[in-house]
Design a protein around this ligand. Structure first.
Ligand code: OFO
Length: 166
């Protein structure tokens, strides 16, 4: 039902979402080791959400009678210099993922694959939210500057994150 080109792009997106889960889990582990438990919890929930995103692509490929081809997942970074640097890296990664989703959507448009276009709509919306959320957090780090008390409060605030219903 879907073309080889789309199938390939969706399989590549499975790998990118898996990598996202892996990257955020690596960030969570780093935060844990530095005793930023709120940031660690936020990243762990983010990692779980990425795993769910990956499964959405997996399910869609199977539903359309396409082949799921899992590839090796690249090793994520595991060393950063500051909490702010980690959230900046997360923002950069979400922009990368947004561009990836958009390029699959434009491929689906070229191929008149309206089912895939419709499927991708959820991700187009989700990416607006993902980029906006991390952008806000990076801006909060900018406001905080070197204020350790404010950093402690932000760690606590992000630790209030609850898993999303996907
Ligand atoms: Fe799957 O949205 Fe982030 O990467």
């Amino acid at each position: 039902m879907i073309t080889e080109k789309i199938q390939k792009a969706l399989n590549e997106q499975i790998n990118k979402e898996f990598y996202s889960a892996y990257l955020y889990l690596s960030m969570a582990a780093h935060f844990e080791s530095e005793n930023y438990q709120g940031f660690a919890k936020w990243m762990r929930i983010q990692s779980d959400e990425e795993y769910m995103h990956m499964l959405k692509f997996y399910d869609y490929l199977l539903q359309t009678g396409s082949k799921v081809e899992l590839e090796a997942i690249a090793k994520p970074a595991n060393t950063w210099n500051s909490p702010k640097e980690i959230f900046e890296a997360a923002k950069g990664h979400e922009i990368f993922i947004t561009n990836s989703i958009n390029s699959i959507a434009s491929l689906a448009q070229e191929e008149n694959d309206f089912a895939t276009l419709n499927f991708l709509n959820w991700f187009v919306q989700e990416q607006i939210e993902e980029v906006a959320t991390v952008t806000t957090i990076v801006e909060q780090f900018n406001l905080i500057g070197d204020n350790k008390g404010a950093l402690f409060m932000l760690d606590r605030e992000l630790g209030n994150r609850q898993p999303a219903k996907i």
